[in-house]
Design a protein around this ligand. Structure first.
Ligand code: UD1
Ligand code: CA
Length: 458
């Protein structure tokens, strides 16, 4: 195997995005455009990945600081795609082949690129082309009467006849690095745009008798670039359709594949059912037979087998044990760790809280910084008062305890195993195992009580 260097062109300003964020940092499927391209280069096991950046370079570099094995090259002035590649060439290992990709063409797949790399390894110049009904704006592939590629002509330099050609240049090419070096050094900017065109290497390859092989990509979306937010939205939809199709292939039922968004990595077990308008972010794992109601957001979560999540829940940084039932309208915040068979009902919020086997928290409750045993029943309106204005404190509730409705558990506090807290209590001292704690104010009754009356208006 020869070395593979991937050069990613990303120096464009992206003016049409009308944004302060560099174009290649705009997210698609929850990840910056450039991250998709770097990942594809990774899938190809590239030995080197170079990003040619310009405007906003520092911001881009900072975001990818933890990405290993990426080299950054600045192209201070944008003098064309050929000039951009020239900036990277001195850093490339001469022994291998170079593949040119684009930071704003995010959905290209490794499988599409492999044949190009193989052709380059056989000494050819490999181009990726696509047939478009409307080729406007793109460089056209010009072939000779024998059907061999002989030139790429940019729209602005093309004759009326050439503009009718529908096979266009995607810009993606692969070739031996030494050949590319030789050709790029010979490029000039005698053209309509006064730029150094990378596409002119085709003419130089013909001159040098190097075989050119054009590969056509069947899915145009793979080679579409993002120039404005409309195109970004279009590619986002395409990416989401891809994810939805994958999920269905893997055994998930999507009630409407057009209304589920995966902004990260989602893995699903068998016979999962996902209702409409569910958003997955970060890394989410769903077990077998998980059912998710409409309008839920799950972010960085692990959901066990047979869990049912009813509509309108937000679950983030949480683990839900098998057979649990969550929602509707529940919020599990980071550090919520639920054992099997737990019930969390409507308007319940949990944070940094462990809940044991079979415990129930069915309505209107906040549990923060808590450790809750098995078979506990937390009544409606229970609040762990975990924050004293300066520090967070822990609440511990033992197995089989029963917390009456509308209780405040003022942390740090411990409710013993099998203990009972009477409804409406404010508990600020520990309750021993098996005990009852009741802090209700004594009741007063006054018969025939007359409420104050408003004076009658004159
Ligand atoms: C280029 C191709 C054209 C092809 C089209 C596909 C050339 C001369 N033309 O045209 O045949 O159909 O892409 O989209 O190559 N860039 C730099 N530095 C530069 C110039 C560009 O990094 O100096 C980067 C841009 O950020 C962008 C990419 O290269 O990602 C393409 O540049 P762009 O100016 O959009 O090229 P086109 O004129 O569209
Ligand atoms: Ca372009």
């Amino acid at each position: 195997m020869q070395q593979l260097s991937v050069v990613i062109l990303a120096a464009g300003k992206g003016k049409r995005m009308a944004s302060d964020l560099p174009k290649v940092l705009h997210p698609l499927g929850g990840k910056p455009l450039l991250a998709h391209v770097l990942a594809t280069a990774g899938d190809l096991e590239a030995t080197a990945r170079l990003v040619v950046h310009g405007h906003g370079g520092e911001q881009v570099k900072t975001l990818f600081i933890h990405e290993r094995g990426v080299q950054w090259v600045e192209q201070a002035e944008q003098l064309g795609t050929g000039h951009a590649v020239a900036q990277a060439l001195p850093l490339l290992d001469a022994a291998g082949v170079t593949l040119v990709l684009y930071g704003d063409v995010p959905l290209i797949r490794a499988e599409t690129l492999r044949p190009l790399v193989a052709a380059a390894q056989q000494g050819k110049l490999a181009l990726l082309t696509v047939e478009l009904a409307d080729p406007g704006g793109y460089g056209r592939i010009v072939r000779n009467p024998q059907g061999q590629v002989c030139r790429i002509v940019e729209e602005k330099d093309a004759t009326a006849e050439e503009r009718c050609l529908r096979e266009i240049n995607t810009g993606i090419l692969a070739v031996a690095t030494t050949k590319l070096r030789g050709w790029v050094a010979q490029l000039n900017n005698n053209n309509a745009q006064g730029e150094y065109y990378l596409t002119d290497v085709v003419t130089l390859a013909v001159r040098d008798g190097v075989m050119i092989e054009a590969f056509t990509v069947a899915e145009p979306e793979q080679v579409l670039g993002v120039n404005d937010r409309g195109q970004l939205a279009q590619l986002e939809r395409f990416h989401q359709r891809r994810q939805a199709e994958r999920l269905m292939r893997e055994g998930a039922t999507l009630l409407d594949p057009a209304r589920v968004d995966v902004r990260g990595t989602l893995t699903t077990g068998k016979d999962v059912v996902i209702d409409v308008n569910v958003v997955f972010e970060g890394t989410v794992r769903l077990g077998d037979r998980v059912r998710i109601g409409s309008c839920c957001v799950l972010r960085d979560a692990i959901i066990g087998d047979d869990v049912e999540i009813l509509s309108h829940c937000r679950i983030e940084g949480a683990e839900v044990g098998a057979g649990s039932q969550i929602g509707p309208f529940a919020r599990l915040r980071p550090g919520s760790l639920l054992a099997a068979g737990v019930h969390i009902g409507n308007f319940v919020e949990t944070k940094k809280t462990r809940i044991g086997l079979g415990s129930k928290v069915n309505h209107l409750t906040y549990l923060g910084d808590a450790e809750i045993g098995a078979e506990v029943n937390v009544g409606a309106g229970t609040i762990t008062c975990n924050y004293d204005g300066a520090k967070k404190h822990q609440t511990v509730i033992g197995d089989r305890a029963f917390i009456g409705s509308n209780s405040s558990l003022v942390a740090p506090v411990r409710i013993g195993k099998g203990a009972t807290v009477g409804a409406g209590s404010s508990v600020s001292r520990d309750v021993p195992d098996g005990g009852l704690c009741l802090t209700r104010a004594p009741r007063r009754d006054i018969a025939n009580w007359r409420r104050p009356v408003k004076p009658k208006k004159g």
